[in-house]
Design a protein around this ligand. Structure first.
Ligand code: SF4
Length: 362
């Protein structure tokens, strides 16, 4: 049996809760030690000791962990010599000593949650850093030796104008980073904003203009996925490409999702329950062939290269052009879907309405 070659590890602790956040995380950091031991048990039991190509520490806030714990987690895994090991970092946790220690452990990619360089907006969304702290975080990361750094930006934030967002993008062009992930703000029901909507939220049209502005300004980056930009192929997120290519992966930690042996699963969403019973799953579902086909199209069309219909036809024993002819014709005509030598891809305008288009393929 082929075991997954990627693993995600969820660290569900944060020093405070950002107002837009709907992720599973807690500010009760007293649970950290108990959680750590449960996480090790989860890994010891469910990891098959096979070699991994990517490992991703996400959260929550992994940078809340002491280096000793990060090291103990890392030592649980067999990693290929060229493995991509990503660590999510909050700018306020970036000091040179911590980053140097992470680098010396073998972590070779940082994902820094900057969100915006506008201090007023950072305050409005409940982030604890300032733009100066964010820029210093990138400088410290460079100094510590990291040369594969990704930055998260959010657009559509309260009171954000297109000029504000363009300012963020221009700074991104000027700092020494290799990758950008862009997210349009979505109001999650279980977030502070979900309970009380903030004033002056950009509408959908303005969000769409911001997205197109990003594509225009981030010219030095290759727009390789709907929300992701990399300086070159070398800096594309190998871990996320594994998801988008519909390959399997381990999920360790509370609320982590995994996909193994055709089964999609999620670990317990409740931190207390996870600490008590780290091997308990909240759900597990064996995918049907039809669901696998849907995932393949849904994920494949997120990538700028799009889908290869010969691979899909062979894998699922279908005639893609015949099965989806109405949807293909409709969106080719409107310019949202483009025919490639291998199959189809979405245009930039197609990315903007991808949810609608993809739902018609499903
Ligand atoms: S956005 Fe990230 S840092 Fe902020 S509360 Fe959510 S998980 Fe924590």
């Amino acid at each position: 049996m082929q075991y997954p070659q990627s693993a995600y590890i969820h660290i569900p602790f944060c020093s405070s809760k950002c107002y837009y956040c709907g992720f599973v995380s807690t500010v009760n950091t007293k649970l950290k030690t108990a959680y750590f031991f449960s996480l090790l048990k989860d890994i010891d039991t469910n990891y098959h000791q096979n070699e991994l190509l990517t490992l991703y520490f996400g959260g929550g806030t992994p940078s809340i962990l002491p280096v000793e714990q990060v090291s103990k987690i890392l030592n649980k895994f067999k990693l290929s010599n060229s493995a991509e090991i990503t660590f999510e970092l909050n700018p306020e946790h970036a000091n040179l000593e911590y980053l140097e220690k992470l680098f010396n452990l073998g972590i070779n990619r940082l994902s820094i949650g900057i969100q915006t360089f506008n201090d007023d907006i950072l305050n409005k969304i409940g982030r604890k850093h300032t733009s100066k702290i964010a820029i210093d975080a990138v400088k410290y990361a460079n100094k510590a030796g990291f040369n594969n750094i990704s930055v998260d930006l959010i657009y559509g934030l309260p009171c954000q104008t297109i000029k504000d967002f363009e300012y963020d993008l221009r700074i991104i062009n000027d700092i020494n980073i290799q990758h950008v992930s862009l997210y349009g703000l979505k109001i999650e029901d279980n977030s502070v904003f979900g309970k009380k909507l903030p004033a002056n939220l950009p509408d959908d049209d303005l969000q769409a203009d911001m997205y197109l502005k990003a594509i225009e300004v981030l010219k030095k980056f290759e727009h390789y996925e709907i929300s992701n930009f990399a300086l070159s192929k070398k800096y594309q997120s190998k871990h996320n490409l594994n998801y988008w290519k519909n390959r399997e992966y381990y999920g360790f930690g509370c609320a982590a999702h995994g996909y193994e042996n055709g089964i999609r699963y999620a670990n317990s969403f409740d931190i207390h329950k996870y600490i008590d019973s780290p091997l308990m799953k909240d759900f597990g579902h064996t995918e049907t062939e039809h669901e696998k086909l849907q995932e393949e199209i849904f994920l494949g069309l997120r990538i700028a290269d799009g889908i290869d219909i010969n691979i899909i036809n062979e894998k699922f024993n279908i005639n893609f052009n015949e099965k989806y002819k109405d949807t293909i014709n409709k969106y080719k005509k409107s310019g949202h879907l483009i025919q490639t030598t291998k199959g189809y891809k979405l245009s930039n305008e197609g990315f903007l309405i991808s949810t609608i288009i993809l739902s018609e393929f499903l």
